[in-house]
Structures are given as C-alpha cells and as structure tokens.
Design a protein around this ligand. Sequence first.
Ligand SMILES: Nc1ncnc2c1ncn2[C@@H]1O[C@H](COP(=O)(O)OP(=O)(O)OP(=O)(O)O)[C@@H](O)[C@H]1O
Ligand SMILES: [Mg+2]
Length: 314
Amino acid sequence: MSLIVRNLSIETGNYRIVKDAFLEVKKGERVAVVGESGSGKSLTALSVLKLLPENLHIAGEINVDGLNVLSLQGEELRKFRWEKVSMIFQDPSASLNPLMKIKEQIGEALLYHGKAEKGEIEEKVVELLKLAEVPEPEERMNTYPHHLSGGLKQRVAIAMALACNPDYILADEPTTALDVTVQSKILNLLKNLSVEKNTGILLITHDMGVVAEFSQRVFVMYAGYTVESGRTAEIFEKPLHPYTKGLIECSPVLKGGEKRKLFSIPGNIPEPSEEIAGCPFHPRCPEVKEICKKEVPPTVEVEGRRVRCFLYWD
Ligand SMILES: Nc1ncnc2c1ncn2[C@@H]1O[C@H](COP(=O)(O)OP(=O)(O)OP(=O)(O)O)[C@@H](O)[C@H]1O
Ligand SMILES: [Mg+2]
C-alpha cells in the first residue's frame, strides 16, 4: 500500500515547472518533502488530489494503493479526495468556511460522505476534535473559525482532514504560520496520528529541523526535480547530492551538542521559465563538473538511496 508519484511533469504550455518529480509514501509512513521556495513542492502535492490550477498541464504517473489518480473523475474523484487522501494547508482558513460553525462544517463533510447519520453528528464531531486535541470540543464546535487562535484553527483543519479517515494526508507547510511552540505540538499531533491510525503523511517543509524531527524518509526537490531521496537518518548522516549537503549545512540543527553556523547556499533557485542547460543546480554547485553544464544527470541508486547527480554516475 503506497502513494507514488513517478516521472511527474507540470507545464504551462510555454515551459515546464515540475520536470521529473518522484515521491513515495507508504501507508503509515511519515515522509518529508523539502526544498527551497519555487522548487515545485506544492504543485506536486496538489497534483495528487487533481487540484492544479487550470492553466497547468500534467503528465506522469500518480498511483495511490493501485488507483490511477490522473484518470479519476466525478464521484470517484470526490470520494478519493476525502476518503483516500486529504490535505492540510499552511493557512488553515483555506480549508475552513468562515460563515459556518465548526460543527456544521465538519458535520456537512461527514453527512456528504455518508460517515455519520444526522443524529450522531455532534458525537462524531466531538470525537474528531478530540483526536485533533482541540480542548473543550463540546464548546468549541459551536463557534466560528475566527474565534479560534491560529493553532486551534489548524487543529480544526486537521480534524476536518481526518473526517473520512483517509489513508494518506498531505500537509503543505502546516506549521509555517504558527509560532514555534505551537509548531512542534502540531507536528507531534500529526506524528501520533500516523502511528495510531496508520496514516501515511507527506509533510512539505523548508525546514531541515522539521524534517529531522518528523520524517522517516525524505525527498529533496530542486527546480522541479527530485534530486535525492532516502531514509532521513541516512541523509543527515551522509547527504549525497551537493544541494542536500547545502541544505543541511544551512540548517541550524544541533549536531554533537553544538549549534552549527548558519549560512545559505550562494545564488538563487532559477525561475521555472529560465532555460538552464544541464543540471539546474550546476550554477550554484561547489562540485560542478563539465558534463553538469551540458546534460541533465540521470537518477542513480547508491546504497539504497536515489540521487540525481553526475558525482555518482559512471
Ligand atoms: N498556476 C501557475 N502558473 C504558472 N506558474 C505557477 C503557477 N503556480 C505556481 N507557479 C510557479 O511554479 C513554481 C513552483 O511553485 P510551487 O508553489 O509548487 O513551489 P513550492 O516549492 O511549493 O514553493 P514554496 O516553498 O514557496 O511554497 C513557482 O515558481 C511558482 O511561481
Ligand atoms: Mg509551496
């Protein structure tokens, strides 16, 4: 049982934004997707739910527990979106209706998907809010979203995402808008849910600290490519791709009890419309070779990891 994105490309008609993305989340697994702003993380996640903006075209394979997602339509797609895979966004307001009480909106989703009868809605809503660790759920369910703090709103959005008991949850920077103490509580909540309910979680983040704390496996994206993937512990122990090395060097993670010096990878990620010959990271890469300026490196398997870099190709 797994959610797989393979050879994914997303284009505008004039240029490709996502060129070759690869992701995999097994049922019950916690996976992180990391990369700088503009690398295509959100578009890749939106593709899994067929929620891409209209101007974008998609090609490749998205398969969730044997379902060919790109061919899903109508009723099948509607069920897939809540019952198989659901999503949590950076801004919880994006998934909450400001005009409806919490009870009404979670209740509506439950009724619509046949997950509760009218008479049992309150009980189910309280159950979901408890699962998302919303304090005083009986009172909170009768309020409107704007009465709640950012952290509580995100918990309610998580309760919504759990309403149909999905097998996978995509969480696109769910804690970026929250303050630090709330952040780690929300991440812990998601972690516990994955363990207790065997939910696969794909967490998108910029933050290598979050990757280290949350995930078992990590996919590193750069300029529309998945450039490295593997077990989180192994990637932190020995990053292979020069971009991954840079990300780890830049993150203020504690290693050996010492807070490492923070610096950033020189240069910027290219705009999707910018044509770069060869490896898109080559202009910033400290280990660049001649071939990197001419050809896009293939993905190779090294010690059970996948890395898209000529350093590992012979
Ligand atoms: N509808 C669209 N049409 C054209 N380009 C788009 C569209 N939506 C997004 N883009 C561009 O595609 C690129 C990738 O966007 P995406 O939102 O997936 O990046 P991201 O990795 O999630 O970045 P961030 O970390 O900032 O959230 C960006 O350069 C963005 O400007
Ligand atoms: Mg994004």
